[in-house]
Design a protein around this ligand. Sequence first.
Ligand code: MOS
Length: 772
Amino acid sequence: MNSADRSLQTPGKTAYPRRLEGRAKVTGAARYTGDLGSRQIGLDLLHAVAVQSKAASGRVRSIDTTAAEAIAGVRAVLTHQNAPRLKPVKTLTGSEIDLYLPLQDDRLHYHGQPIAVVVAETLEQARYAATLLTAEYEVCDHPALSFTEQLPDASPVKKVAAGDPGRVVRGHPEPAFLTAPVQLDLTYTTMPAHHNAIEPGATIAVWDNRGRLTAWSATQFTYGDATSLGQAFGFGPLEQKLGILPRAAAGIQLGGGKIRVIAPLVGGAFGSKASNATLLLAAMAAKTVGAPVKLVLTREQTYAMMPYRSAVIQRVRIGASSDGKLSALLHDAVIQHSRVGPFIEPVGEWTPHLYACDHLKTSHKIVRLDVNAPGWMRAPGAAPGLFGLECAMDELAQTLGIDPVELRLRNYTDVDPQTGHAWSSKSLRECYRAAADRVGWKDRNPRCGSMREPGDLIGFGMATAAYRTMQFPAVARVFLTANGEAVVQSAAHEIGQGAFTSLTQIAAESLGQSLDRVRFEFGDSHLPFAFITAGSATTLSVGSAIKLAAEKLKRAMILRARTDKASPLYRVPLREIEAANSRMFVRDDPNRGEEYCSLIARHPNRTFAAKAVAGRTFGKSRYGRAAFGAQFAQVAVDPATGQVRVQRLVGAFAGGRVINRVLAEGQLRGGMIWGLGQALLEESVLDSRNGNWVNSNLAEALVPTNSDVPSVEPLLIEEDDSRGSALGAKGLGEIGITGVAAAVANAVYHATGKRVRELPIKLDKLLDFKLI
Ligand code: MOS
């Protein structure tokens, strides 16, 4: 990447650096795990192909590998009978491999479970040989494959994802509901959906002759994967202690430095790479054949071997006064689940925190099916949960004849109503106002079915968006090389969200170094610790550590200069010295100063480095911390066919200090488009006869394309969040999807008078509407 690329600016906007790896990505020069071959790794790679179960439950009776093994180039076929034995794994995030390790026994938990891995010299040989495997199953008679049929078996859970409580009660919700002047009792349904990140699961595993293991992997968490490998392959007692984050944060070497996981650029994750499907299989295969092995999933394989968002049925009950004040809010979710895997969609996570209401309840139940494990997917909990809650709020507004924005303002709260803590900052009022103004909310005719364009019914809808801001532990190291280049190191990940750029930018600003002289090294468990790149937390978490380390180094450089007789800054009072563009200088006399590199040149034997730890306590705060926003949608519905087209999405978001507006808007726009997909298109269809995902390809899995997305406008409301953190940023990665589906469904109601409570809103949902 040359320096000209780095200095590109967006016309008419403040000079935020463009994506540093952007040119490499659009020219195809960027390398993802699957792009790495023998040349890049420097070793000859063998190729592995995973073979999946065609039965959903029961046992593998036998697998005949003879024909596959007879194919030229085939080096091994791993099955549960000969695969290396793995020790139990407890990862730092609690991924599905807590409970299920592949190829360890003959039990089947889902259709598409890996039952064998074929390793050959070429990918073609491995693929062909894989087709020759024949498995016989002892099939269980009645696999549970239908969410709706199994609903009577739903069982309550104590905890949902991220350790949140499965049940929250405030006041006396049931009696408060039953005595409320206005009562709504509504049920909303959402379907399963897969992430479909462009890059599939992929790992290259290399064992060297000293027993060291290196894996290049498409992952959101190199340290977590290294921990899993260390535990699974028994790398000694160290790994048993790795759950203790402060120790990890202090920079311990995993497995005594014998395990290393490297994440090159990651081609989209959104939670799908938080539980690494290919990691253990590739490592087992490489160990078996005694040679480096590369395993990449096909698109179809990602459906069963990577996670997805569960189907959810939510019941929302709202009790309110006739002027729209909430007196009771009950949110009960039933979530489709699997036999193995601990992730449970935290559907009601936001319900206790969004509106003032004294009597409240959330609960979560799961229905176990013989399907693969669901997992984290962009805005876990809030994406389905706010669909239910924000549609129900709209239904209340319509019932009472109150403007939907006004209804939210009547229940607005400046404290987190669940904890009583003040929010570190909350500019949701400004978000409602800004987005409503932009979309022309006041100019609409609020009566259903009243707005028309030739051939179409037009509707406007809105919803609140919210996502919590988390701060995870992170360590950063910054040093200056002999030629004055700054190197920043932290095991964070570039998963497409722009962390490479925003974190490089924070380092440059905090060190007073020009951006093109900062090199950020990331995505490697041999670098200083960073927690999982997830939860919209990376800019704040890793950025805080980088800021601290870079400021520490800047101060050390300035102190060194003012005690160095040869420096123009000798004996200048500390408070009068500044640094910018790789140079220290006197604030009121900028010509007096010197470059970092000239100071370094006079001290060739000294290292100029600093290290810092941030968020050791997971960012515990006495303030509630969250980003808030407002989503508005304008839709057109064809009354003849029921087809819904989104004409316009406008979202306003308050997420603290904006580090890089271009990248932040990109994240928000992507989230809003995904929300549009959730509203109108996305649904993974499970065949209830055999447990197979039937639309496991990008032709039949519908996602929005350009023609579905005419205008998407994210507006950023800048906040001072210094009460929340020194960096002042909040999470902006996930909030963009939240509330969109509700805004679209509410707009469809406004256009047609038909309330659709089941996503996605395809033609069949609007076949029968009659204008009211
Ligand atoms: Mo995300 S669903 O926290 O990767």
